[in-house]
Design a protein around this ligand. Structure first.
Ligand code: ADP
Length: 266
């Protein structure tokens, strides 16, 4: 950041102004880092008691510890579902803080795109079937392999496909596609025929914990923030095109090839 801000400051206001801008940016970054560290630490501390609490509820439900009345079973099942949900949220927060702080190294390799998308469609089929929708795959024939971390990019697709299923009515088609995007990158996308997102909300949906008001679905507002961090770590970008009542297209661009390795001096 520093050289760019100095240059802008020099041009506009002279060195004094530039120094002020620098100080502010640093302050914000430090605050942001401190906040992320705090959230990460708290989540980490919550995880182990929650894991044993969840285990206890599972044991009560699954083992023959004693006869459960229907009311007791009902309450324990609610506790189990909520513990599962909390654990998912904590894992998402921890994942996000790892990626944001650069502690999650990518393990990239040349990955066949068609196979990856087919696997995603297979994996998400039960969830999508459950809400009466189906997935169609469209891979342009010019797209073959992309240099990416398959585990991390699978996580992006799980979040995008999960949202497409969650925010679409029954009977919709979800299109999972990949096509060349120019500049040596590939555009991956998940298009749905769902509720859509009002234009003024679109810029915020990738922010942590942001949820479009009035959508009564389960979730913590972390899925898209995680997707964005993973895509940025790959040197790509993520965006959304959406129309209320027609559907949304969440897409991301990734460079096809490994970054050029520096040629050794002769
Ligand atoms: P979550 O789904 O857990 O709330 P996300 O970060 O995945 O969190 O999404 C943020 C918000 O963006 C959602 O709460 C929802 O309001 C909106 N959103 C995401 N995907 C879609 C979609 N495919 N269609 C309509 N709205 C969506």
């Amino acid at each position: 950041y520093l050289p760019r801000i100095l240059a802008i400051g020099d041009e506009l206001t002279g060195f004094g102004g530039a120094a002020m801008i620098l100080q502010d940016v640093t302050k914000f970054r430090l605050l942001d880092d401190a906040k992320n560290n705090l959230v990460g630490t708290v989540s980490h501390e919550l995880k182990s008691p929650l894991t044993s609490l969840r285990m206890a509820v599972y044991l009560l439900l699954e083992q023959n510890i004693g006869e459960l009345s229907p009311r007791q079973r009902d309450l324990l099942e609610t506790a189990r579902d909520d513990a599962d949900r909390l654990l998912r949220i904590l894992n998402d927060i921890l994942d996000l803080s790892r990626i944001e702080s650069g502690r999650a190294a990518l393990s990239r390799r040349d990955t066949p795109v068609r196979a990856l998308l087919a696997e995603m469609a297979r994996e998400m089929k039960p969830i999508v079937d459950d809400v009466g929708q189906r997935i169609e795959i469209e891979v342009d024939e010019a797209v073959t392999n992309v240099f990416l971390d398959p585990e991390r990019i699978r996580h992006v697709f799980v979040n995008l496909l999960g949202n497409a299923a969650k925010y679409s009515p029954e009977g919709g088609v979800i299109t999972l596609y990949a096509r060349p995007a120019g500049d040596g990158s590939v555009r991956f996308g998940v298009r749905d025929q769902g509720a859509g997102i009002p234009g003024n909300e679109v810029p915020y949906v990738f922010e942590k914990f942001y949820r479009v008001p009035g959508q009564a679905r389960k979730g913590a507002g972390l899925g898209l923030a995680i997707a964005r961090e993973i895509v940025l770590a790959h040197g790509g970008f993520i965006a959304c095109a959406s129309k209320v009542g027609e559907g949304s297209d969440f897409y991301f661009h990734l460079p096809v090839a490994a970054p050029e390795t520096q040629a050794a001096p002769a």
